[in-house]
Design a protein around this ligand. Structure first.
Ligand SMILES: *Cc1c(COP(=O)(O)O)cnc(C)c1O
Length: 468
């Protein structure tokens, strides 16, 4: 399997390269040179197979010769064994033609565990082979940091540094990061907002000598290996509901366009996917782009679904590459113009092609809270605010006749990760699963830093090598 950059000026890369690099050197994103495809019979045969088995099978198609088939099976079994539901990604029926796909049974209770846990093992294998050590850095608004720390805390060849905006993540989110006591983990609480953390990470990557010194790497959602791992639950859902005979729609709580793009990839691979609904909160750049053609960032406003509070959706470039007929030169011009002007216009043709696969809806804060309340009233189940954004979108689009037939809504986080919003909506405080019962009794480990790249550099270098 070969990977090409969406901007066309980077060398062709292997799975191992794209795993370790993230962004392509020409500023583009890596995508497979051609989509791997499966026959309807192969997909049907996934029905009833364990999740780990399907995951290893699909990853084989993306990973080329980076790992043996046997090793991928070993890794996948080892990783998904630790999820606290036997189905790993169980479906729960909530209406005649409606299901919720529960993606919060991993170690940090959000869907990011699905990919991150595999990535941790992939890193360790590849780095051991190369006799190298990497410092992974991530800025987090909550979920990515916890997922990355849990996935990498036992890695022998990786140090992990996570920047979170002090006081702007929930207590549960912070404690899931800071109560892990491992020599290769460094939590930094930054006196600033999530955007400041992200800006610091960008500045660190721009300093080539710093990157070389600490061997800096990233795991943000543009990493191709994460998207590849996220195709798996689309396959297991369709295989179990229709055996690929009939199309299934998916409604996806969307921020950086990673998770929903994985659904698009699954469709290109032969999966019978109907409509993919991009469900956003009030930070709705994607919904505006799809309905008006204006891809124009507005300031980020904080919501009860903070993991989707974004300015621009990085992975959207991967979709544009496809809808522009994989014309890397045309896409590069478009992205360069976007960088200069701060906004871009999608052509009528691009929009037509996008709407062949996608629909979109932006849910207000009020509707999100109402949906948590309604869902609890009608099913006695608690859903988290991200899931509620998507459930509200599904019902609105169904009522408008824009969503027809069997539909799966992705539930991306456990309600107990966002207790304030859930309690406000329902009057019920969600309880953490047993594995996290001691979360509030454990000691926290973190350092505090000002919103200043030099201070953060110092904090990282003074720790580097501590565990190596
Ligand atoms: C990260 C995240 C999202 C958004 O996923 P993208 O891949 O960035 O679109 C949605 N819900 C939760 C709970 C998340 O952590």
């Amino acid at each position: 399997m070969k990977y090409v950059s969406t901007r066309g000026l980077a060398p062709i890369a292997s799975f191992e390269d794209v795993l370790l690099t993230g962004l392509a050197p020409d500023g583009g994103l890596y995508v497979p040179a051609a989509w791997p495809t499966l026959s309807a019979a192969q997909i049907k045969a996934m029905r009833g197979r364990p999740y780990a088995n399907v995951a290893a099978d699909l990853m084989t198609r993306f990973a080329g010769d980076a790992f043996t088939k046997a090793r991928l099976h070993e890794i996948a079994e080892d990783v998904y064994r630790h999820f606290d539901h036997p189905d790993v990604a169980p479906l729960r029926q909530v209406g005649e033609e409606d299901w919720i796909l529960e993606l919060f049974h991993g170690p940090t209770l959000a869907f990011k565990d699905f990919a991150m846990q595999l990535l941790g093992r992939f890193f360790d294998d590849v780095l051991a082979r190369r006799d190298e050590r990497l410092t992974i850095i991530a800025a987090t608004s909550g979920d990515t940091g916890a997922a990355a720390i849990d996935a990498l805390k036992s890695c022998e060849h990786v140090d992990i540094v996570v920047l979170h905006p002090e006081g702007r993540v929930t207590d549960v989110q912070r404690r899931m990061m800071t109560t892990i006591n491992a020599p290769n983990v460094l939590n930094i609480a930054v006196d600033g907002a999530f955007d400041d953390c992200q800006a610091i990470v960008k500045q660190l990557f721009a300093d080539r000598s710093f990157v070389e010194d600490v061997k800096l790497g990233g795991v943000n959602s543009i990493n191709w290996a994460r998207l590849a791992a996220q195709t798996v639950y689309y396959f297991t859902a369709v295989a179990s509901l229709t055996g690929n005979d009939k199309a299934i729609n998916f409604v996806v709580p969307t921020g950086n366009f990673g998770d929903v793009f994985a659904g698009y990839v699954a469709k290109q691979m032969g999966l019978n996917v109907g409509r993919l609904v991009v469900a956003t909160n009030t930070n709705d750049i994607l919904h505006r782009a799809m309905t008006t053609g204006d891809y124009a960032p507005a300031g980020v406003s904080p919501t009860v679904s903070p993991s989707m509070d974004i300015q621009v959706a990085s992975n959207f470039e991967r979709l544009l590459f496809d809808v522009m007929g994989r014309d890397a030169n045309a896409l590069r011009e478009k992205m360069e113009a976007f960088n200069n002007d701060g906004e871009m216009q999608l052509s009528a043709d691009n929009r037509t092609r996008i709407s062949a696969d996608f629909a979109s809806y932006a849910t207000t804060e009020e509707a999100t809270i109402n949906e948590i309340r309604n869902h609890h009233r009608t099913t006695s189940e608690l859903i988290d605010p991200h899931t509620a954004v998507a459930r509200a979108a599904a019902q609105k689009l169904r009522a408008k006749g824009e969503l027809v037939g069997k539909t799966v809504t992705l539930s991306t986080a456990h309600s107990a990760k966002f207790p304030e919003a859930v309690k406000r909506a329902t009057g019920v405080a969600p309880t953490l699963p047993a594995a996290h019962a001691e979360l509030f009794n454990k000691t926290e480990h973190m350092i505090h830093a000002s919103n200043d790249v030099t201070a953060i550099k110092h904090a990282i270098t003074s720790r580097a090598g501590r565990s190596g």
